[in-house]
Design a protein around this ligand. Structure first.
Ligand code: ADP
Ligand code: ZN
Length: 217
């Protein structure tokens, strides 16, 4: 199963992509995670993108397309993948189309998680991430605890989750990524909107039902 999950920052796509990938036993390919790891490891790419990410702007198409190309070439994504945070521009969507065509593959579904603006801001401003294992949670759940429930690592706020940067990320998404909705709606794969409001498990169920309805499994 080859799936793209679209959604605004804070829509929950990372959480849902991870669950779907586990369920279908395919890798979750998150360009945000790949880039954050590069920044944390201070690689050449990491040094290049750190400031751009901290400002809530998009990293250049070349860099992300190269990163995804690497991952798609790996044997672990032979059976499929869940793409999370990619593509984010029309150029990236074109790049993905070329990559898949070279491998005689095509997307099975493009899902879009729909969430209200107020909920986005609330989810992002309350988001906490484990420095060690990347576990993502919310202050609603953990309160002021600073310890990861999974590994006892330290829970921190992502530097780009501060409110000023969040507004910028939402605006960038509207401008650069939202056009992909129409891009895929017009494509043979089509676009499937899924309600992203409510409990995590209930949203996951909606995504799985949507995939089943599309005949993907
Ligand atoms: P969110 O969707 O909540 O913004 P991500 O982890 O997907 O979180 O992305 C965080 C940041 O990483 C983005 O603001 C951007 O700077 C960079 N990034 C991630 N994916 C891409 C991409 N496909 N193209 C360009 N930049 C990206
Ligand atoms: Zn942890």
């Amino acid at each position: 199963m080859r799936i793209v999950l679209l959604g605004f920052p804070g829509s929950g796509k990372g959480t849902q992509a991870k669950m779907m990938a586990e369920k279908y036993r395919v890798p979750q390919i998150s360009t945000g995670d790949i880039l954050r790891a590069a920044v944390a490891d201070k690689t050449e790419i990491g040094k290049k993108v750190a400031a751009v990410m901290a400002a809530g702007k998009l990293v250049s198409d070349d860099i992300v397309i190269d990163a995804v190309t690497d991952r798609l070439r790996g044997t672990e994504s032979r059976r499929g993948f869940v793409l999370d945070g990619f593509p984010r521009t029309v150029a990236q969507a074109d790049g993905l189309a070329v990559l898949l065509a070279q491998r005689s593959q095509r997307l099975d579904a493009v899902l879009s998680l729909e969430v209200t603006d107020e909920e986005l801001v609330d989810r992002i401003s309350g988001r906490r991430v484990c420095e060690t294992c990347n576990h993502v949670t919310h202050v609603r759940k953990v309160g002021s605890a600073l310890e990861c429930p999974d590994c006892e690592g330290k829970l921190v706020q992502r530097s780009d989750d501060e409110i000023a940067t969040v507004r910028n990320r939402l605006a960038v998404y509207r401008e650069k990524t939202q056009p992909l909705q129409e891009y895929y709606a017009k494509d043979t794969v089509g676009l499937t909107a899924v309600d992203g409001m409510g409990f995590i498990d209930e949203i996951q169920e909606r995504l799985l039902v949507a995939l089943r309805d599309l005949g993907v499994n």
